[in-house]
Every structure is written in C-alpha cells, then in structure tokens.
Ligand binder design. Structure first.
Ligand code: SAH
Length: 211
C-alpha cells in the first residue's frame, strides 16, 4: 500500500508540489493497522489504496488522500490537531502517529463511539473523540496547530478558521454541489484573515449540518 501511495504522490506532484511522502507520514502509514479500523467484511481490502464503506453511508478515505492531507498539514511532533469527521478513526490514527494530540469530532454517534473504542484498543492514548457537529469545531481545546476536515463543505467554515493558530493550516475539501470538490490548504494569517490554495480535485462525502 505504501508503494501505491508513493506512486500517486509521484503522479500528482505537479499539482500538489509534494515530490514524495514525508518520512514521518510514510512511517505512520506503515504502522497503522488499517484492517482493524474497517468493518470485518472489508478486512481483505484494507491494505489497498481504496476508500471503503464503513456503514451509515460513510467511507474510510483512500490511504493516498489520508497521507496527502496529513502531509499538507506539515505536522510537527508537538502539534495539537483537530479532525472533523472521525468516521472509522483511520485518519485520526495516522495523525496520532505524527503529532502530540488529536481531537476528533464525529456527528454520527454510532460511528464516533466505535471509532473511539477501536482507537483505544489499538493503544492510541493521544486521541479524543467527541460526538457533535464538527462545523462548530472544538472551541474548548482551540487554538489548533492544524485542522483536517474529512467531509466536503460548501465553503471554508469560519468557526474552524477562528480555531486555528496564526500560521496554522487547515486541509479541507470544498465544493458546493456535485461530486467533485477541491482539496484546499487554508493558512491562517497573523491578522486573523486566511489564504486559500487549491491542491487537487477530490471526492468526499458531504459535511452534514448539525442539528
Ligand atoms: N476521516 C474518516 C473518514 C470520514 S468520512 C476516516 O478516516 O475514516 C466523513 C465523516 O464525517 C463521516 O463519518 C460523517 O459521519 C462525518 N460527518 C459528516 N458531517 C459531520 C459534521 N457536521 N460534524 C462531524 N462529522 C461529520
């Protein structure tokens, strides 16, 4: 799987500006036991570079997209990061391998609860899962060094930009309607504003507005 992901980095380097996976992300991808985060029926497929169904109409992201999103964040070992859209917990586990602490918010309580249980079983003590609306972020734990959103939003949510440190980055798929979104890197400026850069077209499930 790592070799397939490397090959996609090479193919997309013109768009992403990334020649290859960082050593830290490559090591994380090799370490995380993806077969333990997918439903039993999907385990044979766990180490292919594909998204997979995880129930409730949701998917575990393709390993390439997880690796790319993580690299685009330029994670440092001391970083505290927020993820929106816990899903299977796979992206959270990859992040937990490369940063100090991961806070992750999931709207669907069944998914959030089982992800939390699996992450605990896998020994991740630096990941906290909260059931709630990720549009609101996790204000009590803000500001964050980085934010990864793993469901598509119609525009960059301002509550999330507000929870980034100056100089912090957010990786988020943005696209109003239709199937394809742009994976963007949002950089928070010291004056409170932000800059956006389009990386590549992607296909994520939509971010559902919380009730
Ligand atoms: N990161 C996941 C993949 C996530 S799929 C993984 O590695 O497996 C997108 C997830 O976002 C789904 O689990 C979906 O339930 C969740 N989601 C959708 N809208 C949300 C919202 N407003 N707040 C939090 N989570 C949301």
């Amino acid at each position: 799987m790592v070799a397939e992901v490397e090959a996609m980095y090479a193919e997309t380097r013109g768009e992403t500006g990334l020649a290859g996976m960082s050593p830290a992300v490559r090591a994380a991808l090799a370490r995380v036991e993806r077969h333990r985060l997918v439903p039993p029926g999907q385990q044979a497929m766990a180490y292919r570079n594909h998204p997979l169904p995880i129930g409730n109409g949701q998917t575990i992201s393709q390993p390439y997209i997880v690796a790319l999103s993580t690299d685009l964040l330029r994670p440092e070992p001391q970083d505290v990061v927020l993820e929106v859209g816990t899903g299977s917990g796979y992206q959270a586990a990859v992040l937990a391998e490369v940063v100090k602490h991961v806070y992750t918010v999931e709207l669907v309580s069944d998914l959030g609860r089982s992800a939390a249980a699996r992450l605990a079983e896998l020994g991740y003590r630096n990941v906290e899962v909260r059931i709630g609306d990720g549009y609101a972020g996790w204000p009590e734990k803000a500001p964050f060094d980085g934010i990864i959103v793993t469901a598509a939003a119609p525009s960059v949510p301002s509550a999330l930009v507000a929870q980034l440190k100056a100089g912090g980055r957010m990786v988020i798929p943005v696209g109003g309607d239709g199937w394809v979104q742009q994976l963007k890197v949002v950089t928070k400026r010291a004056d409170g504003g932000h800059d956006e850069r389009d990386i590549i077209p992607v296909r994520f499930v939509p971010l559902v507005p919380g009730k």
